[in-house]
Design a protein around this ligand. Structure first.
Ligand SMILES: Cc1cc2nc3c(=O)[nH]c(=O)nc-3n(C[C@H](O)[C@H](O)[C@H](O)COP(=O)(O)O)c2cc1C
Length: 383
């Protein structure tokens, strides 16, 4: 009885959107989003681990409705998934960040804006006032951090997400081979890719080259190149003391992203953190990192009781979102799924991805015999 096929059925899954995005946008943009670190084993491990989570269906039940409402930090979100922070989002498709934030507001799902977004945080807060969260890459300079947090608070963001898992810049081989740098350096490869993807190029010309607009004001002098600036911007390892300082400065919901180690979770509880996103950055930082599924499975009872547990890395279907809830994550996020949607369909891709996830969650819950996502717990796991 599901009637949620309110999306373009030429691309009925995130996998189909990925295939189309690969054809439609330059390879350096596709590789930037798709790529992982080193040999990309971690990225594959993430996907395989979700496939391995088995759920046992229950029948002899009425499943005419399946409620997806998920309450996080006192807000009733309409669905148990949201958009992970993705830096340089408008490179995938010009206007992608504003379109995704607007679609998230309309659908009532969380949208996390990256520090390194290419749309100003103030603009995003205007279009997504009820659902916008801000992701903080912690600046080395305390005064820069304070200024940035002041702007985030003033703009009205609903939660702050501090990313812990980039103590060092990543070596992503695809980006290196593509010569991807900002501002774009027009190598023959980049020029050829732009020429052979004219719709993307024209849109990019109209909107202007993407730039890290939230943080450019903190650049010192003309001589600091952008790549160097970004490297210097971040703290090389966010310390416990710095998180304490952030806790004092930010009185709203505070989330740590990229946590996988049990003692780090205990520290989070001690520091008065409200939630965690169990994540390995989508396999983009440490190729040996455990999958998020593994870390979720091994989460202590204390962490589950005291923290709002959320997850990302490798989630591609509504069924994965239901699996995540069975493992204890009240909210799932994805980065690549949404940006493949943008690459495949332009700004229309935002609603397409949201509606695919919504439909798949609905069908999965009903097929399992579960009347609401709130009821999904470990008892549904096989074994
Ligand atoms: C292209 C790209 C850029 C990203 N930029 C950021 C970022 O600026 N801040 C951050 O905390 N995480 C960033 N991430 C990680 C995502 O927030 C998220 O953890 C990851 O995408 C989840 O895995 P998935 O893409 O497999 O769904 C980025 C991921 C991608 C793919």
């Amino acid at each position: 009885m599901s009637t949620l096929l309110n999306y373009d059925t030429r691309y009925p899954s995130v996998a189909d959107l990925k295939t189309r995005a690969k054809r439609r946008i330059p390879s350096f943009a596709f590789d930037y989003v798709d790529g992982g670190i080193d040999q990309e084993h971690g990225k594959r491990r993430n996907r395989n681990a979700w496939h391995e989570v088995e759920l046992t269906p229950r029948y002899l039940l009425d499943v005419s409705t399946a409620d997806q409402t998920s309450i996080i930090f006192g807000h009733d979100y309409a669905m148990p998934f949201g958009v992970s922070p993705v830096g340089l989002g408008n490179m995938m498709w010009p206007g992608a960040e504003l379109a995704l934030a607007t679609a998230s507001q309309n659908a009532n799902i969380p949208y996390i804006l990256s520090t390194f977004s290419t749309t100003a945080l103030e603009e995003i807060a205007k279009v997504a006032p009820d659902v916008c969260w801000f992701q903080l890459y912690v600046p080395e300079k305390v005064e820069v951090m304070k200024d940035l947090l002041g702007r985030v608070k003033e703009a009205g963001f609903n939660a702050l997400v501090v990313t812990l898992d980039i103590p060092v810049g990543a070596k992503r081989n695809r980006e290196l081979k593509n010569g991807l740098k900002l501002p774009f350096s027009f190598t023959p490869h980049i020029v050829w890719q732009a020429m052979t993807h004219p719709v993307w190029s024209i849109e990019t010309l109209i909107h202007g080259q993407p730039d890290f607009v939230n943080v450019l004001r903190y650049k010192e002098g003309q001589n600091e190149g952008l790549a160097q600036f970004i490297t210097n911007f971040n703290m090389h390892g966010v310390t416990r003391e710095r998180v304490e300082m952030i806790r004092e400065l930010w009185d709203g919901p505070l989330v740590l992203k990229g946590v996988q180690y049990e003692p780090d979770l205990r520290d989070a509880i001690d520091l008065g953190i409200d939630g965690v996103i169990i994540s390995n950055h989508g396999g983009r930082q440490l190729d040996a990192a455990p999958s998020s599924v593994y870390s979720l499975k091994n989460l202590s009872l204390e962490a589950r009781a005291k923290l709002e547990v959320m997850v990302d890395s490798g989630i591609r279907t509504g069924m994965d979102v239901v699996r995540a809830k069975a493992l204890g994550a009240s909210m799932s996020f994805s980065g690549r799924s949404f940006f493949w949607g943008m690459g495949a369909m332009g700004t229309k891709g935002a609603d397409q991805v949201i509606n695919i996830f919504k439909d798949e969650i609905d069908r999965t819950l009903k097929q399992l015999g579960c009347g609401s996502i709130a009821e999904m717990d470990r008892s549904w796991l096989k074994e």
